[in-house]
Write a protein that binds this ligand. Sequence first.
Ligand code: UT7
Length: 332
Amino acid sequence: MTKIRAAIKGIHGYVPEYILTNAELENMVDTNDEWITTRTGIRERRILKGEGQGTSVMGAAAVKGLLEKTGTNPEDVDLLICATVTPDMKFPATANLISDKVGIKNAFSFDVNAACSGFIYTLVTAAQFVESGRYKKVIVVGADKMSSIVDYTDRQTCVIFGDGASALLLEPSEEDQGIMDHIFQSDGSGYIHLHMKAGGSSYPPTHENIDTREHFVYQEGQAVYKFAVKNMADVAVEVIERNHLKPEDVAWLVPHQANMRIIEAVSRRSRVPMEKVMVNIHKYGNTTNATIPLCLWEYENQMKKGDNIILAAFGGGFTWGSIWLKWAYDPS
Ligand code: UT7
C-alpha cells in the first residue's frame, strides 16, 4: 500500500506594518546599530500595535491569505493547530480564536507551546493527523507577538525579538513528497537559561512580580547561544545523514532565525552553503514560532516540486529538532 504523506500545499505570511528600527531602539536603551547588526544581523523588526490586538490577529490574517490563495473553503478545513508562546489569553487556545475569525467552523483547533521549536513540532504533529488518512485539510500556524513579553528596558533581549505569523496548508499526498523525516529532542533542565518566570501557575501575577519585571522573557544569551549552535547544527546533520542525503542534495536549509551568527554556524557545520540558506532575520528579527514559516513564505517562488528542504530550530525548554521535507509544488 502506498504511504500517505502530509504535503505542504500552500503558505502565507503576515507581518504588522510598524517597523521598529535599530535607530529607534537607540533612543530606548543603551545600544547602537553597529552592535545589533554585527552581533545579531538584525536591522529592523515588526511590531503589532493597538489596544486588544493579540497574536490571533496576525494568525488570522495569515490564514485568511492562505485560504484565498489555495482556493480553500474555510468550512472544509478539518484541523488548525497554532504554535505560539504568546497566546491572546491563557485560555482559550489562540487556534480557536483564529478559526473563529476566519470562518473555520467544522474543525477542531488547539495550541502547541514548544517555544522557538514550536512550529516544527506542530508541523510534525499536524502531519500525523494527515498521514492517518482521516484528516484531509490541516492548517499549521506559527505566530507570536513577542513585543507583548519583551522588556524594552533590557537591551540584551529587546533588540532581538519581533512580531509575525505564517500559516501553511497540509494535505495528503500519495506521491513521495511532504514531511519525510524528523528528529526532535528536549531537555527541561535548560529552562533556567531561558524562560518567563511569572504569570503561570508557579508564580501567578502579583503587583510585586510585575514591579520586578518577571512577566518578561529572561534569557542568558551566551549560554543559550552555545546550546543553540551545537544542538541545531547536530540535529540538522543527523537528519541529512540518516536519510543518505549529501549537502549538495539539499535545496534549502531553513534555520530558526535567532541570530545571524547561529545561522552561519549551522550552515558551516551542515556544509549547506549560505546561498542555499533562507534568511530574513535582518527584516523581522526573532519572531519565535513564525521565523521558519515566514522564510518559507518569502522564498515560496524559489522552491520547486521535489526540492529537499531541511528545517532546524532551537528554543526555550530547551527544545530542538530538524525536519526533512520534500516541497510539493512549483512556483505559480
Ligand atoms: O530563539 C531562542 C533561542 N535564542 C537564541 O538562540 C539567542 C542566543 N543568544 C544570542 O543570540 C546572543 O547571545 C545575544 C544576541 C543575545 C547577545 O550577544 P552576545 O554576543 O552573546 O553578547 P553578550 O551577552 O556576550 O554581551 C557582550 C557585551 C556585553 O558588554 P560587556 O560586558 O562586554 O561590557 C553586554 O553588556 O555586549 C553588551 N550588550 C550590548 N551592547 C549594546 C548586550 N546587549 C547589548 C546591546 N547593545 N543591545
